[in-house]
Design a binder for this molecule. Structure first.
Ligand SMILES: [Zn+2]
Length: 478
């Protein structure tokens, strides 16, 4: 059941709340007596027992009770009850049926969560007692933590109330759909226990295409074009090793992105998925990348020919490829300071004067003595990554701040300057300003596709292009 329907049903039920004054005088008095009797004898009664109790009570009606009633001189407002009638209400055939007719009122309340609301508060405001609200909350918790309700969220609450018991409310069902296509339901079963379940709509797969002109930053332009944050982030990641998003972007450059989505039956976006195609036109430079997932499930992006545009950082940027790791990233007992310290990089033991290379393409941001690092170089590769090189003996010719370097280019020589016990390269990866474990960065292989992988990839490219051709035909036909 969707909420729109639920809303109209709720209205309908409210409209049906009509005053029922169909009882004869005797029956009215009998009912009042039963109500009076119940209120006095049983202050709280399980809603399931309403019908039976009513029947029993009516059986007790005798002259003396009627007499007692007359003595009490009830006010009119005490007798008149607002009774909602469900469509399923039994037809009244005779006096006996009239007396045993259920008098519970079913209502459906569509609550829109407001600032400061909480689940328990919403229930108690509807007249549900705290104990019942708590039972419902606990049952619901098995599939949905109702503490997580958010402002604006809709909660449909079906309940029964019995006017004879000071409108005591018994919840029969609660439905909420915090994420389109997924409904969390808690419902009272025939044993009177609350049971929770999840209903999930079948979702439709779809590919969304967004293209636009860059005005300001790529991120801002894409967001303005309606591309979700997560997709924008991935788009920038995909190009991060081939584009410097601060330097290379000019007004009038263009982007295009296509990404997967999952839609609910009514068209709401339930989930955004992978980018399947990403393109940038920077001046005359055109870059288009296609997603390819290999048999092992590894996702990477390649140009039309299956060449990997994404260059990864070289994690051992030195001539001596056999260099062993003498110290890993993380907390360690410092051999000189004799205390536990965070080790912010990886140490590669290597002979003095071993050549040190740039880990990736980039710009040298510093090449100077920095305390414990001794001679230290940093290179900025893109808006996300920089690398650092410490304890260097000396710098290669021409290496100074502002100089552009290529991956694998000689930048320095291994030494033991600063706080160091012997010749080694202290290598750091700095991601968004934070030093991260170089051995744990998620680095794509950066390898070009060949053989069977290339064939499978070419199929993917052909499919995307075929989709484009079809789209163009439709556009021409209009
Ligand atoms: Zn180190």
């Amino acid at each position: 059941m969707d909420f729109k329907r639920a809303k109209s049903k709720a209205k309908k039920i409210r409209r049906q709340r009509t005053l029922l004054m169909v009882y004869g005088v005797a029956v009215t008095i009998a009912l009042f007596v039963s109500l009076y009797h119940n209120n006095n004898v049983k202050a709280s009664v399980d809603s399931e027992n309403f019908v039976d109790e009513a029947a029993e009570d009516i059986a007790l009606v005798d002259d003396s009770l009627v007499l007692e009633e007359n003595l009490k001189q009830p006010k009119e407002s005490d007798i008149i009850q607002e009774i909602a009638v469900e469509n399923e209400a039994p037809e009244i055939r005779n006096a006996e049926d009239m007396v045993t007719m259920p008098t519970k009122a079913l209502s459906e309340d569509l609550i829109i969560v407001a600032q400061g609301d909480n689940f328990m508060g919403i229930l108690t405001k509807l007249g549900v007692d705290y104990g019942q609200a708590n039972t419902i909350y606990n049952a619901y918790k098995k599939v949905y933590d109702a503490r997580k309700i958010k402002v604006g969220q809709e909660i449909l609450i079906s309940s029964l109330s019995d006017p004879r018991y000071q409108d005591m409310v018994s919840v029969t069902k609660i439905v909420t759909e915090p994420v389109s296509g997924t409904r969390y339901i808690v419902e009272k079963n025939s044993d009177g226990k609350y049971e929770a379940r999840v209903e999930q709509d079948d979702l439709k797969n779809d590919v969304k295409k967004v293209a636009g002109v860059i005005n300001g930053t790529v991120m801002g332009s894409m967001k303005n074009a309606g591309v979700p944050q997560s997709v924008v982030g991935n788009f920038i990641n995909i190009f991060s090793f081939s584009v410097d998003f601060r330097r290379d972007i000019k007004a009038g450059d263009k982007f295009e992105v296509r990404y997967e989505r999952k839609l609910s039956p009514n068209g709401d976006v339930v989930k955004t998925g992978d980018i399947i195609y990403a393109a940038l036109t920077l001046g005359k430079r055109q870059m288009a990348l296609y997603r390819f997932k290999d048999d092992s499930g590894t996702v990477d992006y390649y140009d039309e020919k299956g060449l990997a545009l994404k260059k990864t950082l070289d994690l051992k940027p030195m001539e001596f490829k056999k260099a062993r790791i003498s110290s890993k990233f993380g907390r360690r007992f410092h051999p000189i300071l004799k205390q536990y310290r965070m080790h912010s990089g990886v140490d590669y033991a290597a002979p003095m004067n071993t050549k040190v290379y740039a880990s990736g393409d980039g710009v040298v941001t510093s090449a100077k003595w920095v305390g414990g690092y001794g001679n230290y170089i940093t290179i900025r590769h893109n808006s996300e990554y920089s690398t650092g090189y410490g304890h260097l003996k000396s710098y290669a010719k021409g290496i100074r701040p502002g100089v552009r370097v290529k991956q694998g280019q000689l930048i320095a020589y291994v030494g033991s300057t600063g706080r160091s016990t012997g010749p080694h390269l202290h290598f750091e990866i700095i991601k968004n300003g934070q030093r991260v474990d170089p051995l744990k960065i998620k680095a794509a292989t950066g390898e070009n596709l060949t053989g069977a992988k290339l064939k499978a990839f070419q199929k993917v490219v052909a499919e995307i292009k075929a989709g484009d051709a079809k789209e163009q035909k439709v556009a021409e036909a209009r």
